[in-house]
Write a new protein. Structure first.
Length: 123
């Protein structure tokens, strides 16, 4: 395999301020698919510490997650793309970076031991 390039994405936690949670509350989260295993694990661990509050994560994609929280169908969200200024304002949303995701692209170049050279800009 020859290394071609890499980039980083920051998964952000989107939320509306929740004033108070009562016992037996259930929080709904919708967002990115790539980070679903991590958020699922976090919600399971939280459930072990406080069985009175249940958190459900629905991996429907970053864009759909933003729509869900903006229209009030979800309590918080997660995704790989930052909110736009309009999404922050219209949805009354804030965000907090929580995870750094490394994305590495590789490609097999037969009989190639040197650096790959691109003739045009990629990305």
């Amino acid at each position: 395999m020859a290394f071609i390039g890499a980039s980083l994405a920051v998964a952000t936690f989107r939320f509306r301020v929740i004033q108070r949670l009562s016992a037996g509350a259930e929080l709904h989260c919708a967002g990115g698919i790539r980070i679903a295993p991590l958020y699922t694990r976090w919600t399971q661990e939280f459930g072990k510490r406080d069985a009175n509050i249940q958190i459900r994560y629905l991996p429907i994609g970053t864009s759909e997650g933003i729509k869900e929280i903006s229209r009030g169908a979800s309590d918080f969200g997660a995704g790989e793309a930052p909110l736009t200024a309009m999404q922050r304002k219209d949805g009354s949303l804030d965000e907090l970076p929580v995870v750094l995701i490394g994305i590495v692209l590789t490609y097999s170049l037969p009989d190639s031991w040197g650096a790959a050279a691109f003739r045009r800009r990629v990305g």
